[in-house]
Design a protein around this ligand. Structure first.
Ligand SMILES: [Zn+2]
Length: 266
């Protein structure tokens, strides 16, 4: 290879993944008709004693990126925006350095992002939710009549194959611990350091069993900020879960990218 060729080859490798906006550049973006933009949204919160505060964001980063990679290889023009790191954690304001934004603030931020993407003619947006305290469905309802852009939301953690785990857990349990052993093993403390992740249920039956709902006071609910036993977690389970969820999300991205917005109904 001559010197120019070597430079071109180096530039190609240095250009980053074209479906990860933070890694790519105007040279790529200007000439790419992105069909689907993905907005991952996480949270910054304690995850038992053994997982990092950034767990939800790290999971969003990896799963959205892998799903987009698979979709891109199938010709779907997908761009993943940087993960927004602060979520709705109003039940955890007593926990040191848990950060919480209000749902109304979240809507304001989302609306500004929707406004600019819609203005630029982006056809479709997926709000890629990685935190249980974030609830974008009502926001989609509010934004829906105001913008041309198609807006939807998905919660990747509702798409896992629960059969992969003894008990996936709600927060820093077997599922999240298994995934983090894949995504950031250096940031996971040995499980001997983890709390049991045992939670106290509501005494009132309808709150405990589901038909009535309020959010949990996290300090009352758990001793170690975790909900779900992390002990059975393994990297092997995490890898299988990752592959499965990324494949499902990729299928969705491809189908959405190909979809005719004027013909969405059977
Ligand atoms: Zn989490």
């Amino acid at each position: 290879m001559d010197e120019d060729g070597a430079n071109r080859e180096r530039d190609r490798h240095m250009a980053g993944r074209p479906y990860i906006l933070a890694e790519t550049n105007w040279k790529t973006v200007e000439h790419t008709d992105y069909e689907v933009v993905v907005l991952p949204w996480g949270a910054t919160e304690a995850h038992n004693y053994h997982l990092p505060y950034g767990t939800d964001n790290i999971q969003c980063d990896f799963i959205a990126a892998e799903a987009a990679r698979r979709a891109w290889e199938r010709e779907a023009k997908v761009a993943v925006l940087p993960t927004l790191p602060f979520g709705v954690n109003t039940g955890q304001v007593e926990i040191k350095l848990d950060i919480s934004i209000n749902p109304s603030t979240q809507l304001a931020v989302l609306k500004d992002i929707v406004e600019v993407l819609d203005h630029q003619g982006v056809p479709k947006l997926v709000i890629f939710n990685g935190h249980g305290g974030n609830d974008f469905r009502q926001m989609v309802r509010e934004l829906w009549p105001r913008y041309e852009m198609f807006i939807c939301t998905l919660e990747w953690y509702k798409w896992i194959d629960a059969g992969l785990f003894e008990e996936p857990g709600d927060h820093a349990g077997e599922m999240e611990t298994s995934l983090m052993k894949v995504f950031a093993p250096d940031l996971v403390l040995p499980l001997s350091e983890a709390g049991e992740g045992r939670d106290r249920k509501f005494r009132i039956k309808a709150l405990r069993d589901g038909p009535a709902w309020t959010q949990r006071d996290w300090l009352q609910t758990t001793a170690d900020t975790g909900v779900g036993n992390p002990r059975p977690a393994t990297a092997e389970k995490g890898q299988r879960c990752f592959d499965d969820v990324a494949a499902k999300c990729a299928d969705f991205f491809v189908e959405l990218a190909e979809a005719d917005l004027d013909d969405l109904y059977e």
